[in-house]
Design a protein around this ligand. Structure first.
Ligand SMILES: C[S@@+](CC[C@H](N)C(=O)[O-])C[C@H]1O[C@@H](n2cnc3c(N)ncnc32)[C@H](O)[C@@H]1O
Length: 360
């Protein structure tokens, strides 16, 4: 009996050793190779083409050397090599379907899932990274709460900016999302056939929601604007231009509320003049005065004037009268366009005009 007990205890310890060996094999050899296989599977499962390389490539810090990331890097390098879009100087000016596919592929490869749909879901995701509302951020900023700072007497800030601007309250000044500015830019660039060396005038550029995109794209000094609101101009000069690194583009932003365009100089003409959500807010008589002064500033034939939302300044009068008034100013109505937003359920309406061939 004792012999059998000895035998079975020897077998039990051999089995335990075998189990230990298998566990070690699993932990040190099989498991490390598993993520690579999962990641490859995710890439294969992705129904869109492999991602094009770009500035937004997601590679998590601290794990760049892991097999997962180096395989992602290799994927992107392959696409960089195959990508000939650098030759097109206007690449990136308009968001193409292939760019949308790329960003979707990045979301999938980074296993991000669907963005939260409720405020609760969002706030749960922000946990642990000091989430602040704008008000809380402003409160912290004013008290230097958690912010490395100099004492007041040795403050080295070269262009001191009010806290309200730093927390970007003005991005909500006009109701519609700030991102809509990019939609408007993309539409107008395409519709007017704009080039980098062209000159653009915005009537009522506000806090540069749209203007920033033009300023970034155009050559130095080629973006002009007429704006009546001092807070908007302050915001543009003290926050948006410096924060976007665009001071060197020297846009001409004139303060004016009565369509006085003398500050633009007598000779300047524009390839594109546009007014986004402005003419709907001002008296018809002021709109007509503006059109009278702006029409001769449009480049003949190719120059375009775009007005957003509606043209009630014209349609409020009989159709014939509206048409002849436009003709007297040397303007030709070319038609109505709509343009869908990239990021939210919204479309813009635009009315297009050019100069009559024999305009005054
Ligand atoms: C709804 S906001 C739109 C701002 C900007 N265009 C945008 O899309 O974000 C209207 C802007 O037109 C400006 N504005 C209104 N009347 C104006 C006038 N007579 N001359 C110049 N700007 C004017 C306002 O101050 C305001 O900044």
């Amino acid at each position: 009996m004792a012999k059998y007990e000895k035998l079975s205890s020897a077998m039990a310890s051999k089995a335990a050793l075998l189990l230990l060996f298998l566990a070690l094999l699993l932990v040190f050899i099989l498991l490390p190779s598993l993520p690579l296989k999962l990641d490859n599977f995710t890439s294969l499962r992705c129904s869109v083409p492999e991602p094009r390389a770009g500035n937004g490539v997601i590679v998590s810090l601290g794990s760049v050397k892991s097999p997962v990331d180096s395989s992602r890097l290799a994927q992107n390098e392959k696409f960089l090599a195959a990508d000939d879009s650098d030759e097109d100087e206007d690449e990136g000016l308009v968001t193409k379907d292939e760019h949308v596919k790329w960003v979707r592929a990045q979301m999938e490869l980074a296993r991000l899932g669907d963005p939260g749909k409720t405020a609760h879901e969002w706030h749960r995701m922000r946990k642990g990274i000091n989430p602040r509302t704008r008000e809380q951020q402003l409160f912290d900023l004013r008290r230097y709460h958690g912010i490395s700072h100099y004492d007041e007497h040795e403050n080295r800030t070269r262009l001191p900016c009010p806290g309200e601007l730093l927390v970007e309250e003005h991005h909500s000044n006009y109701g519609e999302p700030w991102a809509g500015g990019r939609d408007i830019f993309e539409f107008l660039v395409q519709a007017s056939g704009l080039k980098k060396h062209h000159r653009v005038l915005e009537m009522g550029c506000g806090t540069l929601r749209v203007g920033l995109h033009f300023i970034r794209y155009l050559a130095v000094g080629q973006f002009h604007c007429l704006e009546k609101d001092p807070l908007s101009i302050t915001t543009a000069l003290l926050y948006e231009l410096p924060a976007q690194g665009l001071l060197h583009k020297r846009p001409l932003i004139l303060r004016s509320e009565d369509m006085d365009i003398t500050g633009l100089g007598s000779g300047s003409t524009y390839n594109l003049i546009y007014s986004s959500a402005v003419f709907i807010h001002i008296p018809d008589s002021l709109v007509w005065l503006g059109l009278q002064r702006l029409a001769p500033r449009l480049v003949l034939n190719s120059g375009r004037l775009f007005v957003s939302h509606n043209m009630k300044f014209c349609t409020r009068m009989p159709a014939d009268e509206c048409k002849s008034k436009l003709a007297q100013l040397g303007l030709l109505y070319l038609g109505k366009h709509t343009h869908d937003s990239l990021l939210f359920n919204h479309y813009e309406i635009w009315h297009e005009f050019s100069r009559l061939p024999k305009s005054p």
